[in-house]
Design a protein around this ligand. Sequence first.
Ligand SMILES: NC(=O)c1ccc[n+]([C@@H]2O[C@H](COP(=O)([O-])OP(=O)(O)OC[C@H]3O[C@@H](n4cnc5c(N)ncnc54)[C@H](O)[C@@H]3O)[C@@H](O)[C@H]2O)c1
Length: 329
Amino acid sequence: MKILVTGGAGFIGSHLVEALVEEGHGVRVLDDFSTGRVENLHAVLADVELLEGDCADPERAAAAVRGVEAVFHQAALPSVARSVADPLPTHRAGPTATLTMLVAARDEGVARFVYAGSSSVYGDTPTLPKREDMETHPLSPYAAGKLLGEHYARLFARLYGMETLTLRYFNVFGPRQDGTSPYSGVISRFVEVLLAGGIPVVHGDGRQSRDFTYVANAVAANLLALHAVGLAGQAVNVATGRRVSLLELLETLARLTGRPAAAQQAPPRAGDVRHSRADLGRAREVLGYAPAVDFEEGLRRTVAWLRERRQSSSSGAEEAGESRSCAAD
Ligand SMILES: NC(=O)c1ccc[n+]([C@@H]2O[C@H](COP(=O)([O-])OP(=O)(O)OC[C@H]3O[C@@H](n4cnc5c(N)ncnc54)[C@H](O)[C@@H]3O)[C@@H](O)[C@H]2O)c1
């Protein structure tokens, strides 16, 4: 199949592109490189058609969907903190870009559109595990935008008969997630700081918990969505199905990096949710999804990758050394 991956130069997108190439598909990437990097695609660059541009630009979107049979829409500015500080760019790269891509896909007659949603749409509803039929309660402009994107994806199934699906990712982590940015995922940031000999900063009491999901599991859910039938605009959780607190995470990472499990405490951050854990019943039913790589194995692979990258990059030590603090998503 000919497939478009938006945000394909990003963390999750680049893993998905590799898997699609491996399965023999023709892959096009549309990315504006706002957070993505061409190096993320170095292993498959010769096999991929790379388009630079903004998904919110209708002309770029139309060019990107030409001749494709399926779209995996991964592009977004995936940071709660950034969206709280500056909501407009998050909105443009979020729901505006999603609607633009959906319209372009509809006009091109693309049959299938898989949208990268987020567990952040559940917000602080106290009930665990999170089920897709629960009320949503976004706490940040990022989460509100992710939810709006879901509504558009559902509407395009209903109004135009497209096969659309939202995959609600729960805290995805793994190689290529940028740990040097204050906006990046908590696991990469913790590991970067630990490997640099620093002490991670934990916002709040550290007992907040997440259902951390190794990136290969998110990729597997996308691959299943390529062939599943009767998607009908639904949303399904993509996670591990297990809840781990930040303090537990820090202890495990300290063990894996050989560093003390010390933390600097900082005030809680606006827009953060307290606890998160997914129910995976619908993902199993709709996609036949089950997490193949468990949390500890995912952490081992992530630490190994970050350690190797640090060793092979002469500037790595300085970069991470500067960022001695890190916060939890
Ligand atoms: N990483 C997670 O834990 C997580 C959790 C829930 C949802 N998600 C969603 O998964 C998707 C991928 O996230 P990620 O963690 O790989 O982030 P990422 O920042 O590594 O990837 C996003 C990619 O989109 C590109 N991009 C951003 N705005 C764009 C635009 N307007 N036009 C074209 N390209 C654009 C970036 O350059 C980047 O390559 C996002 O939609 C995000 O909201 C991620």
